[in-house]
Design a protein around this ligand. Sequence first.
Ligand SMILES: [Zn+2]
Length: 223
Amino acid sequence: MSSSSEIAKGQKPPFANLYEVKHVAENACKACILCFKPTNTVLITGDKKDWFYVCDVHLKDKNFAKLVYCNGLGKDTEAEWRKLCGTVESLQRELRKLEKKERDKLAKEKSWLTVIPSWGAKKDESLKDEGKVKDKENGEENGSTPESEKASRSKEVVASELHDGEQKLAAFERENIKYHLEQVFYRGRLLQDFKRKKQAEIEQKLAAGTLFPTLDGLSSLKN
Ligand SMILES: [Zn+2]
């Protein structure tokens, strides 16, 4: 009977096919299980029952492992991740728009002031008046805040929200990015675990002097 068929008989695997990425110190690098180059990246199961060294580059190879989003309980969290990404992207767009608006406004003012200074100042005042009229027209929507102040305040708020959003996303990814090994590699890990346990069992029995009497088919010779 081969070892792999003995594993298949087991009802539940000793560890799930779900690995997290951890990094050890640079001076603690060990050989990658695939290409044997030194690496400080470790894939480890949530219960820490299995772990091995592997290069970061193999984590992008779909023939080796697939990136999945799930929490510590194994619940799929990809929808939550997409939502967070969507929030960050929309804040980035909003901030770019505000920055462009600010740049355009500054460039416009600068060109007026440098070409015809007096005319530029006059135009500016008339713009301010226009703004007041618009604010009055819009009532509650704009309040009494001048357009320029409203834009700069919004930019700060958006930038701060974006910073928070990016931090939240990074923390979420640290907690939720996992790897699901391709079946052939997962089976290899299970086989290795089985061999390790068998070896430990044999060593324990050798140390206790009880190895031979407990071998299959020899139990009748015990006494
Ligand atoms: Zn490698």
